[in-house]
Design a protein around this ligand. Structure first.
Ligand SMILES: [Fe+2]
Length: 402
């Protein structure tokens, strides 16, 4: 018997979603731990509501089973900050809603089925952000891979050259892509250099201990105001104690690993670090050209198999054509680019996926993180967030003019 790819993908996504919350107490699943993150139980019922809306109602033309829940689980009608104050379904009710919707989904292959699988995948990453930010334990019950060895010799400050010339930007036809990755179009870029790897913890620590957070000249006005208001002196999750620097990981406190990429830095901090090194953040087109030049980058640390970053440079077989390492996976990489539609952009299938975020407020991140499912990560995928946000698994790759 041949199972459909859709059935396999839906089942795989669901198995992972449930594994993320399985070890946690009801209280930890139901509490809102941060006003910028949803209660985990909201994510669960929202995944069910989204699946019912798109596959049962819009695709199959059948009525919603729980229309009274629509507004509460609509990401736009109900902003994150208020989700903890609502009469949400409890954990058992949310899990029952997930099961109930899944039983009524028509198993066919379509764009909407791909969209719904990726929606659940992306919520897994959001849930992992909430779990790491809230510092709840035990860690998710997912299959773990062995940590790769640190190859050493990388700091994030070693550039690789990318020559001037045209490149294709955006997703090709013939495979799933979000509306904001299309239309594919040609861009002409001058020569530039890009970091062979993301900036390591060791390099970022040097910035911290060298007064990076006190040197006014390295911070934009907006960044400096944010840093002063919130008394930011190091990346999110770092702490200094008698045994040195440590970092909160999904498995608890751990010594700061010098060879891992820095993670949980805001765009403001990434930009300041770049200025301190006479560098800048890459534009998203530079990032995409570097990642796709001559070849599609191979897989790196994706799919939640480590539940944390690997040492930089640990996947040499996944190098991009220009020689850059680790472009896919490990940490999202901030770019200098605001999030805008490509020329000829058409919203599909709804404006609220990406179009309502276009403008100068959000900055684009590229590459995916260790928490991104491999189905979602690609060299053309665009993520976006506000420049002060640090809950995301975000790091820094530098660029320089040639
Ligand atoms: Fe969603």
């Amino acid at each position: 018997m041949r199972l459909s790819p859709t059935a396999d993908a839906l089942a795989d996504a669901r198995e992972r979603t449930l594994a993320l919350v399985a070890p946690l107490s009801d209280a930890d699943v139901e509490a809102q731990h941060s006003e910028i993150m949803s209660p985990l139980v909201w994510d669960l019922a929202h995944i069910a509501a989204y699946e019912e809306l798109w596959l049962v109602h819009r695709y199959a033309g059948r009525p919603l089973s729980r229309p009274e829940l629509s507004a509460m689980y609509d990401a736009f009608e109900t902003p994150r900050a208020v989700r903890g104050d609502l009469p949400l379904l409890d954990r058992a009710q949310a899990l029952a809603y997930l099961d109930d919707v899944r039983e009524r989904v028509p198993i066919e292959d379509s764009f909407l089925h791909d969209l719904v699988v990726r929606h659940e995948d992306q919520h897994q990453e959001t849930m992992l952000q909430a779990i790491e930010l809230a510092r709840v334990s035990p860690p998710p019950a997912v299959p773990r891979a062995d940590r790769p060895a640190a190859p050493g010799g990388h700091t994030g400050l070693e550039p690789v050259p990318v020559p001037a010339g045209p490149c294709e930007i955006g997703a090709p036809e013939g495979r799933f892509a979000y509306d904001n990755e299309r239309p594919r179009h040609r861009a002409e870029l001058p020569a530039f250099r890009i970091g062979r790897t993301p900036i390591t913890n060791a390099t970022f620590l040097h910035f911290v201990e060298g007064g990076g957070y006190e040197r006014r000249t390295w911070w934009s006005d907006e960044a400096w105001a944010w840093k002063e208001e919130y008394d930011i002196t190091h990346p999110e999750g770092w702490a200094h104690g008698p045994t040195g620097w440590r970092r909160w990981t999904i498995d608890g406190w751990a010594p700061l690993h010098p060879d891992e990429p820095v993670v949980h830095v805001s765009w403001f901090e990434a930009d300041a670090l770049a200025r301190a090194h006479g560098a800048r953040l890459p534009t998203e087109f530079e990032w995409e050209k570097a990642a796709t030049w001559h070849q599609e980058a191979g897989p790196g640390n994706l799919d939640q198999v480590l539940l944390g970053p690997a040492p930089v440079g640990a996947y040499p077989e996944a190098a991009a054509g220009c020689g850059a390492l680790g472009m896919l996976g490990d940490v999202w990489e901030w770019t200098s680019s605001p999030f805008r539609g490509y020329p000829g952009f058409v919203a599909h299938p709804y404006r609220e996926y990406s179009e309502v975020f276009f403008g100068d407020d959000h900055r684009v991140l590229r590459g995916g993180s260790w928490a991104t499912r491999s189905r979602v990560a690609s060299p053309t995928f665009r993520n976006w967030d506000l420049p002060q946000r640090r809950q995301i698994f975000s790091g820094v790759r530098l660029a320089w003019d040639a």
